[in-house]
Design a protein around this ligand. Structure first.
Ligand code: MEV
Length: 328
């Protein structure tokens, strides 16, 4: 029966995390590690999923049970399917196989990649013409259904690729004309629970609105400057702005967050990068764990420093393709 193969890249946020949840801009990038997604129509009324990187094998769910609570690992795929069926008034059984070039633990956006792939694959299988913005909207709806909160920046990166100026909920999605950002990425070894941190910060913000509003305004100003400096290929200035953004993230207050949304390991990796000549370094994402990013021309030296400090350098580059139909 009809079959399709789609792929989408992972993502990183360069500037503006947390603030982007509250109507501030951010700068995001797609990474050249991709998630591959194969889908085939089947005659049975069920969804079968093989997702080895999520340790999902032989998963099967009847179409009539799509509204029931789903297990975490397949939630994004099943919710995206449910939303697509509802919007386009179609339905089919499916056999799905995913294969990822990156581990889900790095926080590189396997959920957003799998969500946009699911929607594009269904559009292909049903031969429905779907605009990129429609994929974005349906995928963003899926993220909100599953997580309750999220800016959608990860969806934009998976869909459009490249470096993007992004405003909350996709109100602005503007690709930046820039190539060859000397970016270094290091994994802290700790998997961040993004929703948990985001909820914690939100709780603090409700208690101390003015304090957080000022922090977010400060971040928004940095994002605007960073956009200009990136477009002017002024890496020294972009590095300085990374350090400034990191300084604000350290000032987030929450009872159990001693270093703001930073952490001991993040600070250790950032320190190692800066001592090896990086122009700047910061956490990327919700904080506490996941990845740090650094900017510098001596990539090898900085990667080595990350390793020596206890992190894992991830050999990734910026991806300029976004969502893509692959050959079967
Ligand atoms: C997490 O990667 C970045 C946050 O800003 C959340 C989001 O934008 O969805 C904390």
């Amino acid at each position: 029966m009809k079959k399709t193969r789609i792929s989408a890249p992972g993502k990183l946020i360069l500037f503006g995390e947390h603030a982007v949840l509250y109507n501030r801009p951010s700068l995001v990038a797609a990474m050249n590690q991709r998630l591959f997604f194969e889908a085939e129509k089947i005659s049975e009324n069920r969804i079968i999923i093989e997702a080895p990187e999520m340790k999902v094998s032989d998963f099967s769910r009847c179409l009539k049970d799509l509204n029931k609570e789903q297990k975490k690992e397949v939630k994004f795929i099943l919710t995206a399917i449910k939303n697509f069926f509802k919007k386009y008034k179609v339905e089919t059984g499916l056999k799905i196989k995913t294969q990822s070039q990156f581990s889900a633990k790095y926080g590189l956006g396997s959920s957003s990649a799998v969500t946009v792939c699911t929607i594009k694959a269904l559009a292909e299988l049903f031969e429905i013409k779907i605009m990129e913005k429609e994929i974005f909207n349906l995928a963003y709806q899926t993220v909100l259904d599953v997580q309750g909160i999220g800016s959608g920046f990860d969806i934009a990166a998976a869909l459009y690729g490249g470096v993007i100026y992004f405003l909350t909920g996709g109100k602005i999605i503007k690709p930046l004309k820039v190539k060859n950002i000397p970016l270094i990425v290091g994994y802290t070894g700790i998997k961040t629970n993004t929703s948990e941190i985001v909820k914690k910060v939100k709780g603090e913000m409700q208690k101390n609105f003015e304090y957080y509003d000022k922090l977010y305004d400060g971040i928004a100003q940095i994002v605007e400057k960073a956009k200009t400096e990136i477009e002017s290929v002024n890496w020294l200035e972009v590095g300085k702005l990374m350090n400034e953004n990191q300084e604000i993230l350290r000032r987030f207050k929450a009872p159990s967050l001693k270093y703001g949304v930073s952490s001991k390991i993040i600070e250790k990796l950032i320190g190692a990068c800066l001592r090896s000549g990086a122009y700047g370094a910061k956490l990327s994402g919700a904080g506490v764990g996941d990845c740090i990013i650094a900017l510098g021309n001596n990539k090898k030296k900085i990667e080595w420093a990350i390793k020596k400090a206890g992190g894992i350098p991830l050999l990734v580059e910026i991806d300029y393709q976004g969502l893509k139909i692959e050959n079967l």
